[in-house]
Every structure is written in structure tokens, then in C-alpha cells.
Design a protein around this ligand. Structure first.
Ligand SMILES: Cc1cc2nc3c(=O)[nH]c(=O)nc-3n(C[C@H](O)[C@H](O)[C@H](O)COP(=O)(O)OP(=O)(O)OC[C@H]3O[C@@H](n4cnc5c(N)ncnc54)[C@H](O)[C@@H]3O)c2cc1C
Length: 563
């Protein structure tokens, strides 16, 4: 099933080169010198290792901060955590055998099942022997004379390689808001993205949950089931569509196996990499009654397919407003207390301008006697006290446990924390002081032989991510295969191509309603001081795939390659 990539064919023709001798000559420690270093062992890092090692014959070391592989699904073990891509598409598609032998149990599996899947992949392709766990890269510097990257780790080791590939994830640096008084809190507090492996016992506890994004919408209903009381602190009200999770039927499982090719083609053709296409009909081209019927049908189907009801939901404010009206009406119908319903429906952005959550009984949760909603836009949190949370208006909320469902320093957080320095000591932090800039989301001028899987400027988080990840990993692998075949040792994006790409990223965003969500992490707005730049490429995955393929076909146009 490994299609669309040339590197498989090149495998047998590649000369396997070892940098160990060169490394020793330059004084690097034996055994720490590789053709490529990959940082991160989630979906991206695992596949990048497989492509470079088994298809190109490179020596590769994966470095992973966690004590297990799995990335997102190692860290996010909070109550209610699930993927929101449909399981049969939230997986790799590069191997027919893997596709046929793996069976998902549910439409939206949780972290344990996704970790089992990723472990199955790692074992099947014998990946673990080249992954070093419990190892965080603390700096990565480019040695210009040697044309090698030098990565230092938190255990004091240094690894070198010709290529450095970051597979650090878009959502892997947890964001705990800087609220005064947190140190003084006498209870326990947790961030959903760093959830304790042994779980948290909410029985008999008064819990405060801060955050109502995708995560908070998943966790609140589950926490409410066991906590004695749950207070949800909402700054930005959010839309949500029922997930309608459930076990996959034997018929559906058979359909997945028998239609692998068709499903894969749909995922590769779809704007956002999901296994369904977006309707070609405008929301404004049908009568109000017909529109309502289509929205009702999509609501009953559930999940992210709601976003595909009409073609122009994210490109026309007028079309979007019809979805907004429908979804707000649903909130008002579900939530019994009118004042609470109004707060939940007081949404300040177009539908899907923030990552659109899907839920199991989120709005219904506010009908429970033990759940309360606090609007912290109207009355902001002033501080955490010894006993709970106090708002500026003077209200006190006594709590035993605080859950921060406050998301991540998205897209750039993990990259910037790695202390990356390129040519002439240029730091990534300086290069990106005004916001991330790169070419195709893949490479940055001044940082030769550094590739960023699902970097800002690529479709990544606007997609079903395994599809975006496979495309990036295969493109990078093909590029390295091309370099080796042609005797080239260095690749770097030019300033001009970067400028041109950033203009395209901005234009693509501005052609949609997405930048209108002023408090969105797509814009970096959740992190104080972070430059406000719309980071992902909103032009669609299929279009992006073609752009990348054309660049490669035109001899890697926009990059400087040299021997
Ligand atoms: C709760 C949640 C649900 C999600 N659901 C979906 C979904 O349904 N569909 C979808 O498409 N996407 C979803 N995502 C996005 C998800 O992140 C991607 O689908 C995918 O898991 C990304 O894989 P990755 O390998 O690129 O990154 P990650 O899975 O984030 O892995 C990156 C790894 O890099 C490691 N790392 C980072 N910095 C360093 C360092 N300096 N040194 C060493 N290691 C480092 C991290 O420890 C981590 O293990 C979800 C995200 C979250 C948080």
C-alpha cells in the first residue's frame, strides 16, 4: 500500500553509509553518530524511523522524552480522552498488511487502544531497538564545518547526525496558565496533557475544571459522574456536536477491510484528510427547510462529519451563520436552565474557527445537580487560593482538585523549547520572534538539513493528522533519498521561498473564517506574549500534497541543495 513515494524503489540501490567513523574523527562519542536523528516517538517519529531505516538504509536514532512510545497518547490519559477522527482513518495507511490485521473496537477509541495500536506497529516493524526513551533533547546545534547536527540530551549525552528531523508534535507542550497562588493550593491539580498514569480518584471531591476546548468538553461529563461536585470555568464558550461513539459492528469492520483502497483514496482526496468528502452544495443554495433537515441528519450522524454538511461553512460568514444558529439552538434545547444555556451559547467565533469539538453528553452534563458553570469572561479568575479559586468579582469556589484543560503551546511550543540553533549560531527563537516562518512547513532558511514534521505552515492540525504525517514523512524521505542518489549533502530553504510560502499561508487563512476566532491556539492566542500568527496552512491537504509534489518534481524548487 506504499504508494506515491519513490523511496521504496530506491532502497536497494542506496549505499548504506555510516557516519560513525567520521564522528569518531571529530571527537564525537562512538555509537552516538547517525545519518539521522528523529526527535519524538509518536505517529510521526515511528513512521519517519521506518522510512529512513528500512527503506533508505540510513542509521537512525529516535530520541523520546517519555518512558513509552505513543506521543499524544502517552501523555493524554485524562477522563474521557478519545480521538475525534474516526478510528478506521486514525491510523497509518502505508501498509496493506497492517491495515488488514488491525481491528479497532470503537468509532473513537481512547488512549489505551491507540497506544496498543502504536505498539503493535512498533513491534511489527521492529522499531523499538532504535528508539531511546526517557531522553529529552535539550539543545540541537548545527555544526557548519562538519555539516552535522549535534543534539544534547537531558541525561548529558550528545548525538550527531547529518539530518535532524523533529517529530515533536503540534500539541505536546502542556500549557498551565500563569495564575497567581497556584503554589499555595492545598488540594491537587493536574493538567490533562500530563495526566497521572494511575488515574485520579474524584469520588467525594469538589473539582474545578478550567477550560472548555476539545479536551474540557470530553472530560467534564466523565468527571461529573464521580465527583461530588464539578465547577466548569468557561472563558470561551464552544460549539460541540455529539460524537455518537460506539462499538464497530462486524459488518463495518469487514467493510473497512474490503474497501481499504477506496477509503485511502478518499482520505487523500479530502480537503482535511478525513474518510469523507465535504458536500459540494452551498449552505445558501438550499431552502431553510432543506438546510435544517441536512443539519439534523448531520447532528444525528454525529462527529466531524457535521463540518462536511456544506462546502462553504468555513469560507463564507453567511453560510457559517446558518450552522451557528443551528448549533446554538441545540444548546438552548438541551440545557434546561436558561441562564446556563445562554452562557454556553454565548459563542464569540464562527463554527469550526476553533478546532471543532465532538462530545458525549457535554451539554447534558449541565443538567446535573452536581455541575455548575462559571463564566470567567464576565468575572475572570483573580487567583488560586489555598482552598480553591477566587474571581475578580470576589466569588470563592472551594475545591479539592483543579483540572487544567487548558491545552498546549501549540505548533511551536515543543520546537522552541528544544533550543535549536542553525547556521552562524542563529537561534530558532530569534528566527521566529515575530511568529513561525518556513517553507512548506518543512524547512527554515538558516537551518540546513533540519526538517519539521507537521511544522507550522503545513496543514497538520486542520487535518486528520495521520494523513498529514504520512505525507510529510514520505516527502522528507524521498528528498533525502534524492540527495543521496545525487551525491548532495545539504538542503536549505531559501529566504525567498519562505517569504512566498508565508504569504500563501496568510492568504489561505484569510480566505476562510478561521482567523476570526480571536482566542484560538491556531493563532497562538492562548499563550501570553506569543505572536499572533495564523499557523497552520488552511489551503487543504490535497492541494498542499500537490504543491509539495510539484516542488519535488521541479528539482526541489525553493531549496538550495549542495554537495
Ligand atoms: C487529546 C488529543 C486528541 C487528539 N485527537 C486527534 C484526532 O482525533 N485526530 C487527529 O488527527 N489528531 C488528533 N490529535 C492531534 C495528535 O497530536 C496527532 O493526531 C498525533 O498524535 C501527532 O503525532 P506526532 O507523532 O506528530 O506528535 P506527538 O504524538 O505529539 O508526539 C511527539 C512526541 O515528541 C516528544 N518530544 C517533544 N519534544 C521532545 C524533546 N525535546 N525531546 C524528546 N522528545 C520530545 C513528546 O514527548 C511526544 O511523545 C489529538 C491531540 C490531543 C492532545
Amino acid at each position: 500500500m506504499y504508494s506515491g513515494s519513490k523511496c521504496h524503489d530506491l532502497l536497494m540501490r542506496m549505499e548504506i553509509t555510516s557516519d560513525i567513523v567520521e564522528g569518531q574523527q571529530r571527537g564525537y562519542r562512538q555509537g552516538r553518530s547517525f545519518d539521522a536523528i528523529v526527535v519524538g516517538a509518536g505517529f510521526s517519529g515511528l513512521y519517519q524511523l521506518l522510512c529512513l531505516r528500512d527503506r533508505l538504509g540510513l542509521s537512525v536514532q529516535v530520541l523520546e522524552a517519555a518512558e513509552e512510545i505513543g506521543g499524544t497518547w502517552y501523555w493524554n490519559r485524562y477522563p474521557g480522552a478519545r480521538c475525534d477522527s474516526e478510528s478506521h482513518s486514525y491510523c497509518y495507511s502505508f501498509s496493506e498488511q497492517l491495515w488488514q490485521e488491525w481491528e479497532w473496537s470503537e468509532k473513537y477509541p481512547g488512549p489505551p487502544e491507540i497506544r496498543r495500536y502504536l505498539n503493535h506497529v512498533a513491534d511489527k516493524f521492529d522499531l523499538k531497538r532504535d528508539i531511546r526513551l526517557n531522553t529529552r533533547v535539550t539543545s540541537a546545534h548545527y555544526d557548519q564545518a562538519a555539516n552535522r547536527w549535534r543534539a544534547s540530551t537531558d541525561d548529558g549525552d550528545v548525538y550527531t547526525a547529518q539530518f535532524l528531523i523533529t517529530a515533536v508534535g503540534c500539541l505536546s507542550t502542556a500549557n498551565v496558565p500563569d495564575l497567581p497562588g497556584l503554589d499555595s493550593f492545598q488540594g491537587q491539580w493536574y493538567h490533562t496533557g500530563q495526566w497521572p498514569h494511575k488515574g485520579v480518584d474524584f469520588r467525594g471531591k469538589r473539582v474545578g475544571q478550567i477550560g472548555t476546548g476539545s479536551t474540557g468538553i470530553q472530560s467534564a461529563p466523565v468527571i461529573a459522574e464521580t465527583a461530588s461536585h464539578l465547577t466548569v470555568f468557561q472563558r470561551t464558550a464552544n460549539y460541540s456536536v455529539p460524537a455518537r461513539n460506539g462499538p464497530l459492528s462486524p459488518d463495518f469492520k469487514r467493510w473497512i477491510r474490503e474497501n481499504a483502497g477506496e477509503i485511502r483514496t478518499t482520505m487523500r482526496t479530502a480537503v482535511n484528510g478525513h474518510p469523507f468528502l465535504i458536500s459540494e452544495t452551498s449552505a445558501l443554495a438550499v431552502s431553510p427547510a432543506e438546510r435544517l433537515a441536512l443539519y439534523e441528519k448531520a447532528w444525528e450522524t454525529g462527529g466531524l462529519r457535521f463540518r462536511g454538511t456544506f462546502r462553504d461553512l468555513v469560507t463564507s460568514n453567511e453560510a457559517n451563520a446558518t450552522a451557528v444558529a443551528f448549533l446554538k439552538d441545540k444548546i438552548r434545547k438541551i440545557v434546561k436552565d436558561p441562564a446556563t444555556a445562554e452562557k454556553l451559547a454565548d459563542i464569540d467565533h464562527p463554527y469550526a474557527a476553533k478546532r471543532p469539538p465532538i462530545d458525549t453528553d457535554y451539554f447534558e452534563t449541565f443538567n446535573r445537580d452536581n455541575v455548575m458553570l462559571v463564566d470567567v469572561r464576565a468575572d475572570p479568575i483573580e487567583r488560586i487560593t489555598q482552598n480553591g479559586i477566587r474571581t475578580k468579582g470576589g466569588a470563592e469556589y472551594p475545591l479539592d482538585i483543579i483540572v487544567f484543560a487548558t491545552g498546549f503551546d501549540g505548533m511551536t511550543g515543543s520546537l522552541l523549547r528544544m533550543n535549536i540553533r542553525g547556521r552562524d549560531g542563529l537561534s530558532l527563537a530569534n528566527a521566529w520572534a515575530a511568529g513561525p516562518r518556513n517553507y512548506l512547513g518543512l524547512q527554515i532558511a538558516g537551518f540546513p538539513n533540519l526538517f519539521t514534521v507537521t511544522g507550522p505552515g503545513s496543514p497538520s492540525v486542520l487535518c486528520n493528522m495521520p494523513v498529514a504525517i504520512e505525507q510529510h514523512v514520505e516527502w522528507i524521505s524521498d528528498c533525502i533519498a534524492h540527495m543521496r542518489k545525487e551525491g548532495l549533502t545539504r538542503i536549505e530553504a531559501t529566504e525567498e521561498s519562505m517569504e512566498d510560502w508565508m504569504a500563501k499561508v496568510n492568504a489561505a487563512a484569510n480566505a476562510t473564517v478561521l482567523p476570526q476566532a480571536k482566542h484560538s491556539w491556531y493563532l497562538g492566542a492562548n499563550i501570553p506574549g506569543k505572536p499572533r500568527v495564523f499557523m497552520p496552512y488552511a489551503g487543504g491537504m490535497a492541494h498542499y500534497r500537490k504543491i509539495c509534489a510539484d516542488v519535488a518534481a521541479r528539482n526541489y524548487e525553493g531549496f538550495t541543495l549542495s554537495a
